[in-house]
Design a protein around this ligand. Structure first.
Ligand code: HEM
Length: 447
């Protein structure tokens, strides 16, 4: 394109008035992005939920989408996202977003904060691993979902009673499901139940905030850190509820999904598991896992990165919109159109990742990772930390390393025959729920 010459709209079809291609994305969210990019190329147009959108992939265009001030959040998300993430900073932009994001990052990203949570993370996941050692054969999904709900009690609400954890677990599952169905709030439907659950979660969180405010000396967790940090950024405590709900929601699937997928892959690929175990036994053979040990587990870090690249977790970013006319990937986006970054498919680009369908942690050796262009590896989005990039990125890496350490110190495992087809869910997982046969690991005595 020469300077001053206006580029054209991207290829693609807008479909019927209002409905456009909404049914297609609702039927299979991940397939929608895959099929459209195969047909139209990395940047295409569509119409969803009554709005025109440009969908962006390809590392340069993705990076521009995430960093260009002409792309802002808010006003284009589907109703289900607006209702489940009501009051979350993911749906706003500008100074208020950045201040609230700074408050969040203080509680989930600093080393000091993370170090304070390690013992609780280890206690919860370690207890589950010990149970598996006794049971032998276990279906992991329900167990790991519960473990993530337990972590919510331990790191946010300060209530670890069984009744509270079970309630959190039910509400979070209903909310997750609501994002993959049509949002019909007819009484009795799964969507209506999810909305009711979200409102109940808000009551539980308001109570937790009050408890933390009344007795700050009793808590050292994510919520207490956010409440303490908020006034330094001019953020009012009452605006934290939507952000805390978002953290809790993301923090449940954000842990159990990569844990299940990695347990499956390491069960299928003993050579990767042996290499991981070697590192665990060299760096952290027993006792409390520390931040220093976590930093030294480089191979586990590679596994944690590849699981987020290889498997479809988030198909897309939250939805944005062009606040001015802009050009991206050689195409024009008119002011007011919606814009979406296509996350998963962007990381299956053969021009960036050799043999992208293969699970290969060697892609993330320090040298090879450093050679990746901005916008290439984007499981958590892209851009500045206090913009819309996921604040949980480092916490997920730490969590995966801890989970694998606890598992590999004690156990080895096989995956018996079962249906491992990945489900058509928001975050696809093996249809069987992943049944695993555990046996004690034979740890070679060091000479
Ligand atoms: C495998 C795990 C996870 C993945 C793949 C993931 C991915 C993402 C992605 C793609 C976004 C959207 C970025 C955008 O819209 O541009 C996001 C946003 C977000 N994530 Fe995560 N996430 C994970 C775990 C977590 C965890 C554990 C937490 C909480 C501790 C978390 C909290 C959030 C929040 C609060 C946002 C909204 C950020 C904003 O808009 O400023 N995520 N995440």
């Amino acid at each position: 394109m020469t300077t001053g010459q206006r580029s054209v709209l991207p290829p693609g079809k807008l479909g019927l008035p209002w409905i456009g291609e909404t049914m297609s994305i609702a039927r299979n969210n991940h397939q929608f992005y895959r099929d459209h990019i195969a047909k139209y190329g990395p940047v295409f147009k569509t119409r969803l939920f009554g709005k025109n959108f440009v969908i962006v992939s390809g590392h340069e265009a993705f990076h521009q989408f995430a960093t260009d001030p002409k792309v802002q959040r808010g006003g284009t998300d589907p109703i289900s996202v607006e209702q489940m993430f009501h009051g979350s900073l993911a749906l706003i932009d500008g100074d208020e977003h950045h201040s609230r994001k700074d408050v969040m990052l203080h509680a989930v990203r600093t080393d000091e904060a993370m170090a304070a949570y390690l013992e609780r993370m280890q206690r919860i996941w370690g207890t589950h691993v010990d149970t598996w050692a006794r049971s032998g054969t276990v279906t992991l999904r329900p167990d790991l979902q519960l473990a993530s709900a337990e972590l919510t009690g331990a790191l946010y609400t300060g209530d670890e009673s069984k009744a509270h954890i079970d309630e959190l677990n039910r509400i979070l599952a209903a909310m997750r499901y609501s994002l993959q169905i049509l949002p019909l709030p007819i009484p009795g439907t799964p969507y209506a139940k999810a909305l009711k659950g979200r409102k109940r979660l808000d009551v539980l969180l308001a109570q937790a905030i009050k408890r933390h405010q009344d007795h700050p000396e009793q808590y050292d967790d994510i919520l207490s850190r956010m409440l303490e940090e908020a006034p330094r950024h001019g953020v009012k405590a009452e605006t934290l509820l939507g952000d805390v709900r978002h953290l809790i929601f993301a923090g449940q699937a954000g842990f159990f999904v990569p844990f299940i997928l990695l347990t499956m892959v390491l069960g299928q690929r003993p050579e990767l598991r042996d290499k991981a175990r070697e590192e665990v036994l060299a760096v952290s053979p027993d006792g409390q896992i520390t931040m220093d040990q976590v930093a030294r587990m480089t191979y586990l870090g590679q596994l944690s990165k590849e699981v987020r690249r290889h498997f479809a977790m988030n198909s897309a970013t939250f939805f944005g919109r062009a606040v001015e006319d802009l050009d991206i990937g050689g195409y024009h986006v008119p002011k007011g159109w919606g814009m979406i970054g296509a996350i998963h498919i962007n990381m299956r680009n053969p021009e960036v990742f050799d043999d992208p369908e293969a699970f290969d942690p060697e892609r993330f050796t320090a040298e090879r990772e450093a050679a990746l262009a901005p916008g290439s590896y984007v499981p958590h989005g892209d851009g500045e930390r206090n913009h819309h990039r996921c604040p949980g990125e480092d916490m997920v890496t730490i969590a995966i390393k801890m989970y694998l350490t606890l598992l590999l110190r004690k156990l080895t495992w096989t995956i018996p025959p079962q249906d491992l087809t990945l489900t058509n869910e928001l975050f696809p997982l093996p249809a069987s729920g992943l049944t695993v046969s555990f046996t004690p690991a034979e740890v070679k005595a060091s000479s």
